[in-house]
Design a protein around this ligand. Structure first.
Ligand code: MF3
Ligand code: CO
Ligand code: CO
Length: 311
């Protein structure tokens, strides 16, 4: 009698463990909605090679060392991307759709004489990536309205004077629960930690090592599916920046430029690619956050190129 009771209790416990979702906090699970037609870019704006075809030319094979002229051009596009990202943060409002946000950002970018890099890059249909709550990366702006308590990553890349500048932030919409706020803060800390180890002679794999360690210290994990990348006249090229422990074999040298863009998650690290070919969602519905900067290796350290102008 007692034995069977104990058995039942433990069976019920195992049952509960299996079916009860861990508590990831209070937020809405996002599924993709309706996407509006592609927006057009005025005639006079310089377009990247993939503008018509959707297929970019391959980037450099080796990690490019940029000269001072290339660096200046890249700096200008990075500054613009950072300023637009900053302004995007100020216009986010409960009730606004991500399609409306895409439209505003698109207009801001073309008004400043630049091309919104995501537009038709490998056929991406919009001008910015917006990834909310359980959408881990590459969310496509659509007719979903922002809700109180959402966390939204806005990822801005602009093409100006032949160079791409790339950065992103996760913004809080209205009142975000504590679990969400902690995730966002932790992710920003990880990006900082990753940038802080960069200087000439350091192994690229050091970045992932410190980011993963910092993520674990704060109670989160790194989502392995997303990497940083070399950037310049190409949107994505070598080196590959892995945000967790890895054995990437190259070292940093002055003149190299790349992004660092860790995605941290609350739950399982598994993501699933949806049929639209872009939207990545977590398989367990847990939330993720991401922050991104484009950086330059200088003679004695690192410079963040995607800082907005001080106001
Ligand atoms: N900006 C993203 C990155 O950080 C890339 C987006 S690709 C796009 O690398 F096509 F979705 F825009
Ligand atoms: Co980006
Ligand atoms: Co990037």
């Amino acid at each position: 009698m007692i034995r069977s009771l104990i058995k039942n209790i433990s069976r019920n416990y195992a049952f509960a463990q299996f079916f009860q979702k861990p508590d990831f906090g209070k937020y809405s699970i996002v599924m993709p909605g309706q996407v509006s037609p592609m927006r057009s870019v005025p005639e006079h704006i310089e377009k990247p090679d993939y503008y018509k075809t959707g297929e970019p030319k391959p980037a450099t094979r080796d990690i490019e060392i940029k000269n001072s002229k290339q660096i200046q051009l890249l700096k200008d596009s990075c500054k613009l991307a950072a300023n637009i990202l900053e302004e995007s943060g100020k216009i986010l409002k409960v009730g606004m759709t991500t399609d409306e946000l895409d439209n505003i950002i698109h207009q801001m970018i073309v008004k400043r004489g630049a091309y919104p890099s995501p537009l038709n890059y490998h056929h991406f249909p919009k001008s910015v990536c917006t990834s909310i709550n359980n959408v881990a990366c590459h969310g496509i702006p659509d007719d979903r309205k922002l809700q109180d308590g959402d966390i939204i990553n806005v990822d801005i890349t602009v093409f100006l004077n032949g160079y791409h500048g790339d950065c992103s932030k996760t913004y809080l919409v209205g009142n975000v629960d504590q679990k969400g706020r902690e995730l966002v803060k932790a992710t920003e800390n990880c990006l900082k930690a990753g940038i802080n180890v960069c200087k000439p002679g350091v192994d690229f794999c050091k970045i992932g090592e410190v980011i993963e360690k910092r993520a674990h210290e704060q109670g989160f994990g790194v989502v392995p599916a997303f990497c940083g990348h070399g950037i310049g006249s190409y949107f994505h090229g070598p080196p590959e920046i892995i945000h967790m422990e890895n054995a990437y074999p190259y070292q940093m040298e002055p003149g190299m430029t790349f992004t660092i863009e860790p995605v941290l998650g609350q739950g399982s690290r598994d993501v699933e690619l949806l049929e639209d070919g872009w939207t990545c969602i977590t398989t367990d519905g847990s939330r993720t956050a991401q922050f991104e900067h484009t950086v330059l290796i200088t003679d004695n350290g690192v410079e963040i190129l995607t800082l907005p102008d001080e106001k």
